[in-house]
Design a protein around this ligand. Structure first.
Ligand code: GUN
Length: 280
């Protein structure tokens, strides 16, 4: 079997067009959805992510503010900024780009964001709502992956989904969303023994390992849907995923590329969450 490519960029473009119309409608009612992005320090990858997020906001007519701080700022200073943004009527979504410098506790920072403005879906209030199956803000990468699966008409009921990675940003919420949609979910991580023997059972394999080309055809069942969350650099400095694309494509029914797969969907879901916050 040769897998079909899930074109994240095209799905994202379609979704952004819809969002742009919603933004126009909100503007007519006097509300311009606004996102504040806080970046602490000068990590090059974070700078790129933040730039792309801002560009996407402008593209669909949203208001976006970038707040950039030196890595030496105190935790208290950052908490004060967030307290001000929580009260700011022009800001509907607040995103603190992670990772933060070591002297700042990310959980404390996330907990200080008003859950109604938590467009990353990282606040314990929203995490809890996801677990009990209530409407909430859901982290953007897993939400984007669900949208892609819906786009290809993949019914999750009874399917075995294997998620590699257990981060708060991707792995854990991903598994929870899949479980809420009636999949049987297995989480794998760096301590998992004999990973390929588990991943070969997957109808849906989602990899968020962060290792270039780790997932070879040997890890994949014939006909599986393979979603690559990896954003790695290979030995030539080129952006690549966790999956050895050309090889795995020969076995999968559907597969996402890197770049042009999960990445564009993540940004689009951030826009969707901010529009949702503005509507609330
Ligand atoms: N760092 C890497 N991915 C993310 C994300 O989705 N949100 C935030 N806030 N930081 C990140």
């Amino acid at each position: 079997m040769v897998g079909q490519i899930i074109d994240g960029k095209a799905i994202a473009t379609k979704k952004k067009r819809e969002l742009s119309q919603t933004v126009d409608g909100l503007k007519k009612e006097g509300v311009t959805p606004g996102l504040a992005v806080i970046l602490v320090g000068n990590d090059p990858a974070s700078q790129t992510y933040v730039r792309n997020k801002q560009k996407a906001c402008v593209e669909i007519g949203m208001h976006s503010e970038l707040i950039q701080y030196d890595e030496t700022i105190t935790e208290e200073f950052l908490l004060n900024t967030i307290a001000e943004l929580n009260e700011d009527k022009n800001i509907h979504g607040i995103l603190v780009q992670l990772p933060l410098p070591n002297h700042i506790n990310p959980n404390k920072v996330i907990k200080s964001i008003d859950p109604r403005k938590d467009v990353d879906g990282f606040h314990p209030y929203n995490v809890g709502k996801l677990v009990i199956g209530e409407e909430s803000f859901v982290p953007c990468t897993p939400l984007g992956i669900i949208e892609m699966l819906e786009e290809i008409g993949f019914d999750l009921t009874g399917k075995h989904a294997v998620v590699i990675g257990r981060s708060t940003i991707v792995g854990k919420p991903m598994g929870q969303l899949l479980l809420n949609k009636n999949a049987t979910v297995t989480y794998c991580h760096s301590k998992t023994k004999d990973l390929p023997s588990i991943t070969r059972q997957a109808d849906l394999l989602i990899s968020a390992i962060g290792q270039p080309y780790e997932i070879t055809a040997d890890y994949v069942k014939e006909g599986a849907v393979v979603i690559d969350v990896g954003m790695n650099r290979n030995e030539h400095g080129k952006l690549c995923g966790d999956v050895l694309f050309d090889e795995v494509k020969q076995k999968a029914s559907y597969i996402t590329p890197v770049p042009g797969g999960v990445g564009p969907m993540t940004i689009t879901m951030l826009l969707a969450n901010t529009v949702k916050a503005a509507k609330l």
